[in-house]
Design a protein around this ligand. Structure first.
Ligand code: PSU
Ligand code: MN
Length: 305
């Protein structure tokens, strides 16, 4: 798979010189946010990472290559082209073989990041066990990827479109530590709390870096979820968002939406139903995650210098 990687100069240089690098996904760009907020956010997030002493590597598939770092024109393509496929572990061979354009999910980005030698990844929220997952078996491949791929994922928890309790149980079974960054309660994306506790609370990038380093030095395969709550000023009211989510899930059911289409469909409905309020929250939390991820990546490089 390494033969299919293609690096931008900026990322190649950073990796060769042991500089901190933060991976970013493209599904959030192509399927998670509308144009033009998606491209604007993608660029700003890259800039925030640079301002905090790391190099951003936005990952996506194009022309039969897994791109580690995208130039402006490429990023624009991911933001605007409606033909972009959503690429999780399952989808790599098809998208690479056909030369299609593919946006990587959390799972897909983790795979590419590990191959490239990138240990820290910033996103919005990870996938998880869906509500009624015990019936539909809809469990995101993000969770099994976290069990086997050595990348730390800085996120704002999981959306309550998912079954948060079962998602955390699944992560425990798979041996994935869930760290609360300056929080005790596992955040639920739009809100700073969920009613579920994180496994471990850590308060500085250095502490997180030390734990990541320990996990991988011990030879314990897999990632770590670093849960970073949305900044207070952008947090949404829990009951308000819950009502919207119930309606969005109902519409997904009525429209017979299944498989990889579920998450983008529900995200879009939530956005429509909150008149864009959820989008502002989404943008704010992604930026915050980028900053924390850059600090953790820098601290991790300090340990092994
Ligand atoms: N959750 C969000 N926003 C997102 C996603 C999840 O709050 O954009 C995207 C991520 O790319 C994640 C993917 O990896 O959806 C999970 O999709 P699925 O549930 O089909 O595994
Ligand atoms: Mn799914």
């Amino acid at each position: 798979m390494k033969n299919y990687l293609s690096f931008t100069e900026e990322v190649k240089h950073a990796l060769q010189n042991q500089r901190p690098v933060v991976a970013l996904e493209t599904t959030i760009v192509s399927h998670g946010m509308p144009y033009p907020q998606n491209i604007q956010t993608a660029k700003e997030v890259e800039q925030i990472i640079r301002e905090h002493g790391a190099v951003p590597a936005t990952i996506g598939i194009m022309d039969g290559k897994i791109k580690i770092g995208l130039n402006e024109e490429e990023l624009e393509e991911f933001a605007q082209n409606p033909a972009v496929e959503k690429v999780s572990r399952r989808d790599f061979p098809y998208v690479l073989a056909t030369g299609k354009i593919g946006a990587t999910t959390v799972a897909g980005t983790m795979i590419a990041a590990q191959l490239a030698g990138i240990e820290v990844f910033a996103t919005g929220g990870i996938g998880g066990v869906h509500r009624e997952g015990e019936v539909t078996w809809d469990v995101s491949a993000d969770l099994t990827e976290l069990a086997k791929t050595n990348v730390a994922v800085v996120c704002a928890g999981v959306k309550s479109i998912l079954d948060i309790g079962r998602t955390l149980e699944y992560l425990e079974t798979q041996g994935v530590p869930v760290v609360g960054y300056r929080c005790d309660d596992f955040p639920s994306f739009y809100s700073r709390t969920s009613g579920y506790q994180v496994d471990f609370r850590l308060d500085t990038p250095q502490e997180v870096a030390k734990m990541l380093d320990m996990k991988w030095k011990l030879g314990l395969q897999g990632g770590v979820v670093v849960a970073n709550p949305v900044p207070e000023a952008y947090a949404m009211n829990h009951d308000e968002i819950e009502a919207v989510i119930i309606q969005a899930l109902q519409e997904a059911k009525e429209n017979g939406i299944t498989g990889k289409k579920v998450t983008p469909f529900v995200l879009d409905k939530v956005k429509q139903l909150t008149q864009g309020k959820s989008l502002a929250t989404n943008i704010a939390l992604v930026k915050h995650n980028a900053e924390v991820a850059a600090r953790i990546a820098a601290a991790l490089k300090e340990i092994n210098r």
